[in-house]
Design a protein around this ligand. Structure first.
Ligand code: 3BY
Ligand code: FES
Ligand code: FE
Length: 403
Protein backbone atom coordinates (compact mmCIF):
# COMPACT_ATOMS: atom_id res chain seq x y z
CA UNK A 1 0.00 0.00 0.00
CA UNK A 2 1.37 3.39 -0.97
CA UNK A 3 1.24 5.89 1.89
CA UNK A 4 -0.59 8.66 0.05
CA UNK A 5 -0.45 11.07 2.97
CA UNK A 6 3.35 10.83 2.89
CA UNK A 7 3.33 11.57 -0.87
CA UNK A 8 0.96 14.47 -0.22
CA UNK A 9 3.31 15.98 2.34
CA UNK A 10 6.34 15.57 0.02
CA UNK A 11 4.40 17.40 -2.70
CA UNK A 12 3.44 20.12 -0.24
CA UNK A 13 7.12 20.66 0.67
CA UNK A 14 7.99 21.75 -2.86
CA UNK A 15 8.67 25.49 -3.01
CA UNK A 16 6.89 27.12 -5.98
CA UNK A 17 9.09 27.56 -9.06
CA UNK A 18 11.65 25.08 -7.73
CA UNK A 19 12.57 21.52 -8.54
CA UNK A 20 11.39 18.71 -6.29
CA UNK A 21 12.25 17.48 -2.78
CA UNK A 22 14.86 14.70 -2.81
CA UNK A 23 12.56 11.76 -2.07
CA UNK A 24 10.43 12.53 -5.12
CA UNK A 25 13.53 11.80 -7.23
CA UNK A 26 14.93 8.72 -5.52
CA UNK A 27 12.45 6.85 -3.37
CA UNK A 28 10.99 3.39 -4.09
CA UNK A 29 7.50 4.23 -2.81
CA UNK A 30 7.43 7.37 -4.95
CA UNK A 31 8.35 5.24 -7.95
CA UNK A 32 5.33 3.01 -7.27
CA UNK A 33 3.19 6.10 -6.83
CA UNK A 34 4.42 7.56 -10.14
CA UNK A 35 3.55 4.36 -11.97
CA UNK A 36 0.05 4.27 -10.52
CA UNK A 37 -0.85 7.95 -10.37
CA UNK A 38 1.02 9.24 -13.43
CA UNK A 39 1.76 6.48 -15.96
CA UNK A 40 -1.37 4.61 -14.90
CA UNK A 41 -3.70 7.55 -15.59
CA UNK A 42 -2.15 9.47 -18.53
CA UNK A 43 -2.29 9.14 -22.29
CA UNK A 44 1.05 7.69 -23.42
CA UNK A 45 2.50 7.68 -26.89
CA UNK A 46 2.98 4.01 -27.80
CA UNK A 47 4.34 4.34 -31.34
CA UNK A 48 3.01 4.64 -34.86
CA UNK A 49 0.43 2.94 -37.07
CA UNK A 50 3.12 2.26 -39.67
CA UNK A 51 4.81 -0.11 -37.20
CA UNK A 52 1.80 -2.40 -37.67
CA UNK A 53 1.59 -2.75 -41.46
CA UNK A 54 -0.64 -5.86 -41.70
CA UNK A 55 -3.08 -8.07 -39.82
CA UNK A 56 -1.14 -9.89 -37.11
CA UNK A 57 1.58 -7.21 -36.78
CA UNK A 58 2.30 -6.51 -33.14
CA UNK A 59 4.43 -4.38 -30.84
CA UNK A 60 5.22 -5.60 -27.34
CA UNK A 61 6.60 -3.01 -24.93
CA UNK A 62 7.00 -2.27 -21.25
CA UNK A 63 5.47 0.69 -19.47
CA UNK A 64 7.43 0.53 -16.25
CA UNK A 65 6.78 -3.01 -15.00
CA UNK A 66 3.62 -3.33 -17.08
CA UNK A 67 3.83 -5.33 -20.31
CA UNK A 68 1.63 -4.09 -23.17
CA UNK A 69 0.77 -5.77 -26.45
CA UNK A 70 -0.51 -3.78 -29.44
CA UNK A 71 -1.93 -5.83 -32.29
CA UNK A 72 -3.47 -5.14 -35.69
CA UNK A 73 -6.59 -7.21 -36.30
CA UNK A 74 -7.96 -8.71 -39.50
CA UNK A 75 -10.52 -5.90 -39.49
CA UNK A 76 -7.71 -3.28 -39.67
CA UNK A 77 -8.36 -2.15 -36.09
CA UNK A 78 -5.36 -1.67 -33.83
CA UNK A 79 -5.97 -2.84 -30.26
CA UNK A 80 -3.91 -2.72 -27.08
CA UNK A 81 -4.00 -5.45 -24.42
CA UNK A 82 -2.36 -6.21 -21.13
CA UNK A 83 0.36 -8.62 -22.23
CA UNK A 84 -0.58 -11.27 -19.69
CA UNK A 85 -2.19 -14.61 -20.42
CA UNK A 86 -5.65 -15.24 -18.96
CA UNK A 87 -4.50 -18.73 -17.88
CA UNK A 88 -1.70 -18.26 -15.34
CA UNK A 89 -0.39 -14.92 -16.46
CA UNK A 90 2.67 -15.52 -18.63
CA UNK A 91 3.52 -12.74 -21.02
CA UNK A 92 2.35 -13.64 -24.51
CA UNK A 93 4.98 -11.91 -26.63
CA UNK A 94 8.46 -10.84 -25.57
CA UNK A 95 9.35 -7.15 -25.93
CA UNK A 96 9.92 -6.23 -29.55
CA UNK A 97 7.83 -6.35 -32.69
CA UNK A 98 6.81 -8.96 -35.22
CA UNK A 99 3.79 -10.60 -36.75
CA UNK A 100 1.78 -13.74 -36.07
CA UNK A 101 -1.53 -15.14 -37.35
CA UNK A 102 -2.71 -15.79 -33.78
CA UNK A 103 -1.47 -14.87 -30.31
CA UNK A 104 -0.18 -18.09 -28.77
CA UNK A 105 0.96 -18.17 -25.15
CA UNK A 106 4.41 -19.77 -24.99
CA UNK A 107 3.57 -21.50 -21.67
CA UNK A 108 0.54 -23.81 -22.17
CA UNK A 109 -0.41 -22.72 -25.67
CA UNK A 110 -3.66 -20.93 -24.94
CA UNK A 111 -4.38 -19.31 -28.27
CA UNK A 112 -6.05 -15.95 -28.82
CA UNK A 113 -7.53 -14.29 -31.90
CA UNK A 114 -5.99 -11.01 -32.98
CA UNK A 115 -8.98 -9.23 -31.40
CA UNK A 116 -8.06 -10.71 -28.00
CA UNK A 117 -10.77 -13.37 -27.81
CA UNK A 118 -9.68 -16.80 -26.57
CA UNK A 119 -9.87 -19.31 -29.39
CA UNK A 120 -8.56 -22.49 -27.83
CA UNK A 121 -7.33 -23.79 -24.50
CA UNK A 122 -6.50 -27.46 -24.71
CA UNK A 123 -7.44 -29.95 -21.98
CA UNK A 124 -9.59 -27.50 -20.07
CA UNK A 125 -12.68 -29.07 -18.45
CA UNK A 126 -16.05 -29.10 -20.09
CA UNK A 127 -17.98 -26.01 -19.23
CA UNK A 128 -14.84 -23.86 -19.25
CA UNK A 129 -16.03 -20.44 -20.41
CA UNK A 130 -13.71 -19.24 -23.16
CA UNK A 131 -15.70 -16.06 -23.62
CA UNK A 132 -14.86 -15.04 -20.05
CA UNK A 133 -11.11 -15.31 -20.71
CA UNK A 134 -10.40 -12.77 -23.44
CA UNK A 135 -7.31 -10.62 -23.19
CA UNK A 136 -7.92 -7.51 -21.12
CA UNK A 137 -8.00 -4.38 -23.27
CA UNK A 138 -6.19 -1.09 -22.75
CA UNK A 139 -7.62 2.13 -24.23
CA UNK A 140 -6.03 2.98 -27.57
CA UNK A 141 -6.51 5.96 -29.89
CA UNK A 142 -5.05 6.60 -33.34
CA UNK A 143 -4.36 10.17 -34.48
CA UNK A 144 -2.46 11.29 -37.58
CA UNK A 145 -0.58 7.98 -37.67
CA UNK A 146 0.36 8.02 -33.95
CA UNK A 147 -0.84 5.51 -31.33
CA UNK A 148 -1.80 6.59 -27.83
CA UNK A 149 -2.69 4.28 -24.96
CA UNK A 150 -4.11 4.83 -21.49
CA UNK A 151 -4.34 2.25 -18.69
CA UNK A 152 -7.14 4.14 -16.98
CA UNK A 153 -10.68 3.20 -18.00
CA UNK A 154 -11.57 6.86 -17.42
CA UNK A 155 -8.76 8.52 -19.38
CA UNK A 156 -8.17 12.28 -19.55
CA UNK A 157 -10.19 14.10 -22.26
CA UNK A 158 -8.69 13.37 -25.65
CA UNK A 159 -10.86 15.00 -28.36
CA UNK A 160 -9.42 18.50 -28.39
CA UNK A 161 -5.89 17.07 -28.48
CA UNK A 162 -6.81 14.69 -31.32
CA UNK A 163 -8.30 17.49 -33.43
CA UNK A 164 -5.32 19.77 -32.97
CA UNK A 165 -2.70 17.07 -33.48
CA UNK A 166 -4.42 16.04 -36.71
CA UNK A 167 -4.25 19.65 -37.90
CA UNK A 168 -0.53 20.03 -37.10
CA UNK A 169 0.80 16.59 -37.96
CA UNK A 170 -1.37 15.29 -40.83
CA UNK A 171 0.71 17.17 -43.46
CA UNK A 172 3.67 14.96 -42.46
CA UNK A 173 1.73 11.94 -43.71
CA UNK A 174 2.84 9.48 -41.04
CA UNK A 175 0.38 6.94 -42.42
CA UNK A 176 2.80 6.61 -45.34
CA UNK A 177 5.91 6.43 -43.18
CA UNK A 178 8.11 3.58 -42.07
CA UNK A 179 10.19 3.03 -38.98
CA UNK A 180 13.76 3.43 -40.22
CA UNK A 181 15.52 3.05 -36.87
CA UNK A 182 14.73 2.50 -33.20
CA UNK A 183 16.99 2.44 -30.16
CA UNK A 184 16.59 2.18 -26.40
CA UNK A 185 19.19 3.30 -23.89
CA UNK A 186 19.14 3.00 -20.12
CA UNK A 187 19.67 6.15 -18.09
CA UNK A 188 20.50 5.62 -14.43
CA UNK A 189 18.33 8.50 -13.30
CA UNK A 190 14.77 8.97 -12.12
CA UNK A 191 12.35 9.45 -15.03
CA UNK A 192 11.48 12.97 -13.84
CA UNK A 193 15.11 14.05 -14.04
CA UNK A 194 15.24 12.58 -17.55
CA UNK A 195 12.09 14.49 -18.54
CA UNK A 196 13.07 17.80 -16.95
CA UNK A 197 16.33 17.56 -18.85
CA UNK A 198 14.44 16.73 -22.04
CA UNK A 199 12.12 19.71 -21.68
CA UNK A 200 14.70 22.52 -21.32
CA UNK A 201 17.50 23.84 -23.43
CA UNK A 202 19.30 25.82 -20.70
CA UNK A 203 22.00 23.16 -21.05
CA UNK A 204 21.91 22.80 -24.83
CA UNK A 205 24.49 25.36 -25.99
CA UNK A 206 27.23 23.64 -23.99
CA UNK A 207 25.69 20.19 -23.50
CA UNK A 208 24.71 19.60 -27.14
CA UNK A 209 27.13 21.36 -29.52
CA UNK A 210 25.78 19.35 -32.49
CA UNK A 211 22.08 19.94 -31.73
CA UNK A 212 22.82 23.64 -31.13
CA UNK A 213 23.81 24.03 -34.82
CA UNK A 214 20.23 23.47 -35.98
CA UNK A 215 17.96 23.78 -32.91
CA UNK A 216 17.12 27.25 -31.54
CA UNK A 217 18.72 26.59 -28.16
CA UNK A 218 18.15 30.18 -27.01
CA UNK A 219 14.41 29.63 -27.27
CA UNK A 220 11.84 30.71 -24.74
CA UNK A 221 8.60 28.96 -23.93
CA UNK A 222 7.29 28.50 -27.44
CA UNK A 223 10.60 28.07 -29.22
CA UNK A 224 10.73 31.71 -30.30
CA UNK A 225 14.10 33.34 -30.12
CA UNK A 226 13.73 36.99 -29.12
CA UNK A 227 14.61 39.47 -31.83
CA UNK A 228 14.82 36.87 -34.63
CA UNK A 229 13.62 38.91 -37.61
CA UNK A 230 12.84 35.76 -39.60
CA UNK A 231 9.96 34.75 -37.33
CA UNK A 232 7.24 36.89 -38.95
CA UNK A 233 8.14 35.74 -42.47
CA UNK A 234 8.23 32.11 -41.32
CA UNK A 235 4.70 32.27 -39.91
CA UNK A 236 3.46 33.93 -43.14
CA UNK A 237 5.18 31.40 -45.37
CA UNK A 238 3.80 28.47 -43.40
CA UNK A 239 0.26 29.94 -43.48
CA UNK A 240 0.61 30.33 -47.26
CA UNK A 241 1.30 26.59 -47.63
CA UNK A 242 -1.44 25.64 -45.14
CA UNK A 243 0.75 24.67 -42.17
CA UNK A 244 -0.27 25.65 -38.65
CA UNK A 245 2.46 27.29 -36.56
CA UNK A 246 0.78 28.82 -33.52
CA UNK A 247 2.00 27.39 -30.21
CA UNK A 248 -1.00 25.83 -28.46
CA UNK A 249 -1.36 23.62 -25.41
CA UNK A 250 -3.72 21.68 -23.21
CA UNK A 251 -3.14 20.36 -19.69
CA UNK A 252 -0.90 17.51 -20.82
CA UNK A 253 0.11 18.39 -24.40
CA UNK A 254 1.84 21.10 -26.40
CA UNK A 255 2.01 21.69 -30.16
CA UNK A 256 3.93 24.22 -32.24
CA UNK A 257 5.73 24.55 -35.52
CA UNK A 258 8.87 26.60 -35.02
CA UNK A 259 11.71 28.05 -36.97
CA UNK A 260 15.07 26.31 -37.04
CA UNK A 261 18.39 28.14 -37.14
CA UNK A 262 19.28 30.22 -40.26
CA UNK A 263 19.87 28.15 -43.43
CA UNK A 264 18.65 25.02 -41.65
CA UNK A 265 15.85 22.76 -42.98
CA UNK A 266 16.22 19.71 -40.74
CA UNK A 267 17.40 18.58 -37.32
CA UNK A 268 20.57 17.01 -38.62
CA UNK A 269 24.32 17.35 -38.20
CA UNK A 270 24.65 19.84 -41.09
CA UNK A 271 21.15 21.34 -41.18
CA UNK A 272 20.34 19.69 -44.52
CA UNK A 273 17.68 17.07 -45.15
CA UNK A 274 18.75 13.58 -44.10
CA UNK A 275 16.30 11.89 -46.46
CA UNK A 276 15.88 12.73 -50.16
CA UNK A 277 12.27 11.53 -50.38
CA UNK A 278 10.36 14.02 -48.21
CA UNK A 279 7.44 13.28 -45.87
CA UNK A 280 6.11 16.81 -46.44
CA UNK A 281 7.31 18.72 -49.51
CA UNK A 282 5.48 22.00 -48.90
CA UNK A 283 7.60 25.15 -49.24
CA UNK A 284 10.33 23.06 -50.81
CA UNK A 285 10.80 21.13 -47.56
CA UNK A 286 11.70 24.30 -45.62
CA UNK A 287 9.00 24.08 -42.92
CA UNK A 288 10.83 24.29 -39.58
CA UNK A 289 9.98 21.60 -37.05
CA UNK A 290 6.57 20.53 -35.79
CA UNK A 291 6.95 19.79 -32.09
CA UNK A 292 4.60 17.68 -30.02
CA UNK A 293 5.19 17.18 -26.32
CA UNK A 294 2.99 15.07 -24.09
CA UNK A 295 3.28 14.70 -20.34
CA UNK A 296 4.51 12.57 -18.73
CA UNK A 297 6.97 11.06 -21.16
CA UNK A 298 7.42 12.10 -24.75
CA UNK A 299 8.34 14.65 -27.38
CA UNK A 300 8.36 14.46 -31.15
CA UNK A 301 9.94 16.58 -33.86
CA UNK A 302 8.70 16.36 -37.44
CA UNK A 303 10.80 18.13 -40.06
CA UNK A 304 10.09 17.86 -43.80
CA UNK A 305 12.32 14.80 -44.24
CA UNK A 306 11.96 12.74 -41.05
CA UNK A 307 10.19 12.45 -37.70
CA UNK A 308 11.88 11.69 -34.40
CA UNK A 309 10.04 10.53 -31.30
CA UNK A 310 11.49 10.41 -27.77
CA UNK A 311 9.86 8.36 -25.02
CA UNK A 312 10.98 7.90 -21.39
CA UNK A 313 9.67 4.89 -19.49
CA UNK A 314 10.47 4.43 -15.78
CA UNK A 315 12.21 1.17 -14.90
CA UNK A 316 13.03 1.81 -11.24
CA UNK A 317 13.54 4.76 -8.88
CA UNK A 318 16.92 5.50 -10.49
CA UNK A 319 16.52 3.90 -13.88
CA UNK A 320 14.72 4.99 -17.03
CA UNK A 321 14.50 3.45 -20.50
CA UNK A 322 14.71 6.08 -23.23
CA UNK A 323 13.49 4.98 -26.64
CA UNK A 324 14.03 6.91 -29.85
CA UNK A 325 12.13 6.16 -33.06
CA UNK A 326 13.03 7.62 -36.45
CA UNK A 327 10.43 7.64 -39.24
CA UNK A 328 10.99 8.36 -42.93
CA UNK A 329 8.75 8.19 -46.01
CA UNK A 330 7.84 4.57 -46.74
CA UNK A 331 9.22 4.84 -50.28
CA UNK A 332 12.60 6.24 -49.19
CA UNK A 333 15.21 3.61 -49.99
CA UNK A 334 17.94 2.92 -47.46
CA UNK A 335 21.40 3.45 -48.97
CA UNK A 336 19.91 5.51 -51.82
CA UNK A 337 17.69 8.16 -50.22
CA UNK A 338 19.13 8.02 -46.71
CA UNK A 339 21.63 6.26 -44.51
CA UNK A 340 20.48 4.97 -41.14
CA UNK A 341 23.78 5.96 -39.57
CA UNK A 342 23.41 9.60 -40.62
CA UNK A 343 19.69 9.63 -39.84
CA UNK A 344 20.23 8.51 -36.25
CA UNK A 345 23.44 10.44 -35.58
CA UNK A 346 22.17 13.71 -34.10
CA UNK A 347 19.59 12.43 -31.63
CA UNK A 348 21.76 9.45 -30.67
CA UNK A 349 24.55 11.84 -29.66
CA UNK A 350 22.05 14.15 -27.98
CA UNK A 351 20.46 11.31 -26.00
CA UNK A 352 23.87 10.02 -24.87
CA UNK A 353 24.88 13.53 -23.79
CA UNK A 354 21.59 13.83 -21.90
CA UNK A 355 22.16 10.44 -20.28
CA UNK A 356 25.38 11.73 -18.72
CA UNK A 357 23.71 14.98 -17.62
CA UNK A 358 20.72 13.19 -16.07
CA UNK A 359 22.94 10.62 -14.32
CA UNK A 360 25.10 13.41 -12.87
CA UNK A 361 21.94 15.14 -11.79
CA UNK A 362 20.73 11.99 -9.99
CA UNK A 363 24.06 11.55 -8.17
CA UNK A 364 23.93 15.14 -6.93
CA UNK A 365 20.26 14.96 -5.97
CA UNK A 366 21.09 11.94 -3.76
CA UNK A 367 23.49 14.10 -1.70
CA UNK A 368 22.50 14.96 1.89
CA UNK A 369 23.40 18.52 0.86
CA UNK A 370 20.78 18.64 -1.91
CA UNK A 371 18.21 21.41 -1.63
CA UNK A 372 15.68 22.03 -4.48
CA UNK A 373 16.77 25.10 -6.46
CA UNK A 374 14.86 27.55 -8.69
CA UNK A 375 14.30 27.13 -12.42
CA UNK A 376 15.14 29.95 -14.81
CA UNK A 377 11.68 31.30 -15.68
CA UNK A 378 12.94 32.11 -19.16
CA UNK A 379 15.22 29.23 -20.13
CA UNK A 380 13.55 26.41 -18.18
CA UNK A 381 9.91 27.36 -18.56
CA UNK A 382 9.02 24.00 -20.06
CA UNK A 383 10.85 22.01 -17.38
CA UNK A 384 8.94 24.05 -14.80
CA UNK A 385 5.70 23.39 -16.69
CA UNK A 386 6.48 19.66 -16.55
CA UNK A 387 7.22 19.70 -12.81
CA UNK A 388 4.10 21.77 -12.12
CA UNK A 389 2.03 19.29 -14.16
CA UNK A 390 3.55 16.39 -12.21
CA UNK A 391 2.78 18.03 -8.87
CA UNK A 392 -0.78 19.02 -9.87
CA UNK A 393 -1.59 15.58 -11.29
CA UNK A 394 -0.10 13.87 -8.23
CA UNK A 395 -1.87 16.15 -5.77
CA UNK A 396 -5.21 15.51 -7.49
CA UNK A 397 -4.60 11.75 -7.27
CA UNK A 398 -3.74 12.00 -3.55
CA UNK A 399 -6.84 14.14 -2.98
CA UNK A 400 -9.09 11.65 -4.78
CA UNK A 401 -7.71 8.40 -3.38
CA UNK A 402 -6.12 9.43 -0.11
CA UNK A 403 -9.12 9.33 2.18
O1 3BY B 1 11.43 19.39 -25.80
C1 3BY B 1 12.02 19.41 -26.87
O2 3BY B 1 11.44 19.52 -27.92
C2 3BY B 1 13.49 19.35 -26.88
C3 3BY B 1 14.24 18.66 -27.87
C4 3BY B 1 15.65 18.93 -27.48
C5 3BY B 1 15.65 19.52 -26.15
N1 3BY B 1 14.27 19.75 -25.77
C6 3BY B 1 13.97 21.10 -25.39
FE1 FES C 1 -0.60 -18.91 -20.85
FE2 FES C 1 -0.66 -21.07 -19.36
S1 FES C 1 0.06 -19.10 -18.81
S2 FES C 1 -1.25 -20.85 -21.40
FE1 FE D 1 19.45 17.77 -23.56
Amino acid sequence: MIDLSRIGSLLAQRPEGHCLPQALYNDAEVFDFDMTAIYGTSWLMAGFECELPKAGSYISQMVGKWPVLIVKGRDGEIRAFHNTCRHRGSILCAAGSGSAPKIVCPYHRWTYELDGSLLSAMRMEEGFDKAAHSLRPIQLERVAGCLFICFDDNPPPFNEFALRLEEYLAPHDLANAKLAFESTITEYANWKLVMENGRECYHCATGHPELAKTFPVGMKKHFDVDGDLRVQTFHEQMAAVGLATEAIEGDWWQLARFLLNPEVVSLSMDGKHLVKKLMCDRNGGDIGSMRLAIDPHSFLHATADHTFMFSAMPVGPHETAVTGKWLVHKDAVEGVDYSVEDLADLWTRTNLQDKELAENNQLGVNSPGYVPGPYSQEAEMLALRFTDWYCDTSAKYVEKHGR
